[in-house]
Design a protein around this ligand. Structure first.
Ligand code: DQA
Length: 140
């Protein structure tokens, strides 16, 4: 399978920001582990991170016909980006929403995702392992 791991706003600071919440490993380190895991599963995986909502929408649009699945941690865009929601709804590529933290055990605004309804499923609360579980879900 050809999979795409998309990270949104502020995820480039993983390993440097709020390490008590998101852990001490950088996004590059997490991605390297995911690439190794994907290889074991016989998958290929591409990675993309952006702090710009429109760039993430463009990436989702261009995934149509080019990927079998998308793992998406949209960061704070999760909670209010109707543009991302519409982009996900516009493609037939299944999207699995991911969060490292348990958003339901945090601030009130994090409990609402505008994306989940148009995603295949959601995995959250397992730190960096949330991404691996999301990759694995495409084999269910
Ligand atoms: C996050 C949770 C979001 O609420 C937050 O804005 C993030 C990261 C997570 O991975 O737990 O940036 O998506």
């Amino acid at each position: 399978m050809k999979l795409l791991v998309l990270n949104g706003v502020n995820l480039n600071l993983t390993g440097k920001r709020e390490t008590g919440v998101y852990g001490g490993e950088t996004l590059e380190e997490i991605n390297a582990e995911l690439a190794a895991y994907a290889k074991e599963c016989g998958d290929t995986v591409d990675f993309f991170q952006s702090n710009l909502e429109g760039e993430l929408c463009a990436k989702i649009q261009s995934a149509q016909g080019n990927y079998d699945g998308i793992v998406l941690n949209a960061g704070a865009f999760t909670h209010y980006s109707y543009a991302l929601r519409d982009a996900i709804a516009a493609v037939t590529v299944p999207v699995v929403e991911v969060h490292m933290s348990n958003v339901h055990a945090r601030e009130e605004f994090r409990k609402k995702s505008v994306l989940t309804e148009v995603c295949r499923g959601e995995i959250l609360g397992f730190g960096k392992h949330s991404y691996r579980l999301a990759l694995e879900s495409f084999h269910l």
